[in-house]
Design a protein around this ligand. Structure first.
Ligand code: NAP
Length: 370
């Protein structure tokens, strides 16, 4: 349609108004109509739900991409006796439901599916894809957790929570007076062994080599404990269940001779390391050589403005439900302060729109339309 007026004739008022609306709409057509969240939290377990609780109570209306199998490592845990506030203990999956419900109560929204791609920006718009759907946010909290490495032998998964564990600190006390085994030769295996030996009758550290990856000091500490034995070089071939469906014995193979033997055992701890679930952000955000996302200055800030990380994704030391929840809370506060204090970047086309805090204004953190 030409804008040229024929014979100086004025167009009727309603036509002009219509055109004005058309012109106003044009840039929006280009910009696609999509919501920009205040904050997206990737990860549905202790850290993610704790971050969701705090950001929802701050009226940030967080969107949690919680994963198809939300609940993290606690989903495979039976009794949790070391989370403060539950003197009688609580089952791991039940605790995750409670975490989730508490976040939901204050307006958290959930996408119960896996993020498949994450594109991070330094101070601009953060992008997270779930299947074909792209979610946009001004801030993102990465809380994808870590997975304990597994041996990949029969019985390991089936007897998880029934005698086979990946967390000595969590489950060691359940094996009071029993013979137990710790598999691994690193610092985690030594640390777990020293802790569990306080409860166990005898504890055997099984390692696939004669040499240990553990630091000298940790190895020496473990060697000095009276009820700890070392069995090397042996590999686990199978965790065997008894009639009661619980772990009864472990079939071991001598790595040199190939001979096998069975050892009766009440509990077995697989302590061969963890893998942070950072594959979606490797190359996007700073991480260490093992894939743990790096945070700065005792906070949850990463090297990218508006990108925060919490929980086991950043923690190769403590790895507890309570510490993950704690850093989840920190990430929520860091994200809240970031949104409050950061003027929109040029990329952030929410600048100047209603409901969005401008520099010097109090944050009301409303969700906006692009
Ligand atoms: P790690 O140092 O990677 O040690 C893993 C151990 O598991 C190694 O001995 C390895 O054997 C063994 N292993 C791996 N895959 C195996 C398999 N499929 N079958 C049998 N054995 C297998 O892991 P980590 O002990 O968890 O320690 C991770 C990091 O955290 C380290 O930097 C560690 O120093 C640190 N950390 C520190 C402390 C502390 O200072 N208090 C406590 C815990 C962890 P090979 O040696 O044969 O490969």
């Amino acid at each position: 349609m030409s804008d040229t007026k024929v014979d100086g004739e004025r167009e009727p008022r309603d036509v002009l108004e219509h055109r004005a609306l058309e012109e106003e709409r044009e840039p929006r057509d280009v910009l696609e109509h999509r919501a920009i969240e205040n904050v997206i939290i990737v990860g549905g377990a202790c850290a993610g739900y704790a971050a969701a609780l705090y950001t929802s109570r701050a009226n940030l209306e967080p969107l949690v991409i919680e994963g198809f199998q939300w609940g993290g490592q606690l989903q495979n845990t039976t009794d949790v006796e070391n989370y403060p506030g539950f003197p009688e203990g609580i089952m791991g999956p039940e605790m995750m439901v409670k975490f989730r419900e508490q976040a939901e109560r204050f307006g958290t929204r959930f996408v119960t599916d896996d993020a498949i791609r994450i594109e991070l920006s330094d101070g601009g718009i953060q992008r997270v894809w779930v299947n074909d759907e792209e979610h946009l946010a001004k801030a993102v909290i990465l809380a994808m957790g870590a997975e304990p490495k597994r041996l990949g032998v029969p019985g390991e998964v089936e007897l998880g929570g029934h005698g086979v564990s990946t967390c000595g600190v969590c489950d060691g006390a359940f094996f009071k007076g029993e013979n137990v085994m710790v598999i691994g030769g690193g610092d985690s295996a030594m640390e777990d062994s020293i802790f569990i030996s306080k409860f166990a009758e005898r504890l055997t550290i099984v390692h696939r080599r004669g040499e240990f990856r553990a630091s000298k000091i940790m190895l020496e500490r473990a060697r000095r404990v009276d009820n700890i034995d070392f069995k090397t070089p042996f590999v686990v071939e199978e965790f065997v269940a008894g009639d009661d469906g619980k772990l009864a014995s472990v079939r071991l193979k001598d790595a040199e001779t190939g001979e096998t033997e069975e050892m009766e055992i009440g509990g077995a701890f697989v302590a061969i390391g963890h893998t942070p679930r950072s594959e979606l952000v490797i190359g996007e955000v700073d991480a260490d050589e093992n894939g743990y996302v790096l945070t700065r200055d005792g906070s949850t800030k990463t090297n990218l403005a508006g990108v925060f990380a919490a929980g086991d994704l950043v923690d190769h030391t403590y790895r507890q439900a309570a510490t993950a929840a704690g850093t989840g809370v920190m990430s929520a506060l860091d994200a809240e302060w970031y949104l409050r204090d950061t003027p929109p970047s040029p990329e952030a086309h929410w600048a100047g729109r209603a409901g969005v805090a401008q520099e010097g204004e109090p944050e009301d953190a409303a969700k906006v339309q692009a």
